[in-house]
Design a protein around this ligand. Sequence first.
Ligand SMILES: [Zn+2]
Ligand SMILES: [Zn+2]
Length: 137
Amino acid sequence: MSIEGGCHCGAVRYEANGEALTHALCHCKDCRRHSGAPMVSWTMYPEGAVKVTKGTPKIYHSSENGRRHFCADCGTGLFYTNVQMLPGIIDIQSSTYDDPNVLPVQAQIQVAERIGWMAGAHELPVFERYPPQIGSG
Ligand SMILES: [Zn+2]
Ligand SMILES: [Zn+2]
């Protein structure tokens, strides 16, 4: 299987080949701070399976060995590598896939650092688009 994806502005594009090793939603503080979102979905691949086909991501040293690769033009987070913790592995922010539905997510990790209200997010009222305007009717 081959999956394509890229950043918001299109300056960086990539291709992942073969089977992902895992697909998880990460609730860690590090992912949250870097993405500006309550959690980040990651697919894990052997490093050789992922190829940047357009542009060059900028690499941010987010911890001693953690490297977050992102588009320097639009800021989209794309990859994570860590030579010490995950040698030979590359994680892809799977929400940057052209079709994020192609691989179902399998687990939630780092819930020890999850924002408290995220635990009940699935119980919130849902709207196809936006809630009706308060006071408009
Ligand atoms: Zn971009
Ligand atoms: Zn994380």
